[in-house]
Ligand binder design. Structure first.
Ligand SMILES: [Fe+2]
Length: 298
């Protein structure tokens, strides 16, 4: 195995990270939806002044944004559009092989251009017309409670920057690819949009940190990393899987457990690696009914 391959595999391992769900125990008082991400020294874009300036410029768009206004377009560069093209080349065939039917039909409705990053404004118009869900830009990571509660109002808080062009298949934080290809597409399904709203309402009724952690785990093992059976095969409906070609391939190798949401609520996870355990529903209908009942009765 060459060093390059090893490096690429290590990068693929982290492609799905959604750090929003990491900080459940963090100080919830810092509930500022406009916190700007400080890049770590090991972030791929740390030494790229031009990239950092553009990240700040895009963050500024979110900070000046007033809910309900049209979302301002982000100034992506040709390099960044090439990142989208590279990702799309890997994801296109992976979706056809591993995505559930509900996802594929939503994907068709959004009809992305494989040549350029779609603007949130364009995605928002289509998603809103289908499910009533609205995307709103945020500058960076949002506290889990803020992120989840906002879903109750049919609003998905969305980052707008794209990962650094030196690592097209890797991002240490949710970027516009995860947001659009994962969440944007799934929210163009009325049933998945309803489940997202119910998550938000359940979080609003949750006071203890313990209960919030349980609910966050259920969100993780369904909305982010859910799988189900369709015509005898395991297919993905989770946004973390659907935005990572590497993890879509890998999900067939992992331990699949029955779709027991109490069990999922006490299953710890490590977001920095491919998930070794997933909870698999017998069908989309079973997933929808079981999760819906769970959230309504929470
Ligand atoms: Fe996510």
């Amino acid at each position: 195995m060459t060093t390059d391959t090893t490096k690429q595999e290590r990068q693929l391992l982290s492609d799905h990270v959604d750090a929003r769900m990491l900080a459940v125990d963090a100080d919830e008082a810092i509930a500022d939806r406009n916190a700007i991400v400080q890049l770590d020294p090991d972030h791929p874009g740390f030494r790229d002044q031009e990239y950092r300036a553009r990240r700040n410029q895009i963050a500024q768009l979110a900070m000046n944004y007033h809910p309900g206004d049209p979302i301002p377009d982000a100034p992506y560069t040709p390099d960044e559009h090439r990142v989208w093209q590279t990702i799309w080349k890997a994801l296109g065939p992976a979706h056809q092989k591993h995505a559930c039917a509900e996802y594929l039909s939503s994907l068709e409705r959004l009809s992305f251009d494989p040549g350029r990053i779609p603007q949130l404004r364009e995605v928002n118009e289509k998603v809103q017309a289908i499910s009533g869900f609205r995307l709103e830009p945020v500058a960076g990571l949002v506290q889990p409670r803020v992120f989840l509660e906002t879903l109750a109002d049919g609003v998905f808080l969305c980052t707008q920057y794209i990962r650094h062009h030196s690592t097209p298949l890797y991002t240490p934080e949710p970027d516009v690819v995860h947001e659009i290809v994962g969440h944007g597409v799934t929210l163009a399904s009325e049933r998945v949009a309803e489940l997202n709203r119910l998550f938000g309402q359940a979080v609003k009724r949750t006071t203890s940190a313990d209960a919030l952690e349980k609910l966050s785990r259920v969100y993780w093992f369904t909305i982010e990393f859910g799988v189900l059976r369709e015509n005898g095969s395991v297919k993905a409906y989770g946004t973390g899987l659907l935005s990572s070609a590497g993890e879509l391939e890998e999900m067939h190798e992992v331990e699949l457990r029955p779709f027991d949401l109490d069990a999922a609520s006490s299953q710890a996870y490590d977001p920095t690696h491919f998930q070794p355990v997933l909870f698999c529903a017998d069908s989309f209908a079973e997933m929808y009914q079981t999760l819906r009942n769970y959230l309504v009765n929470w």
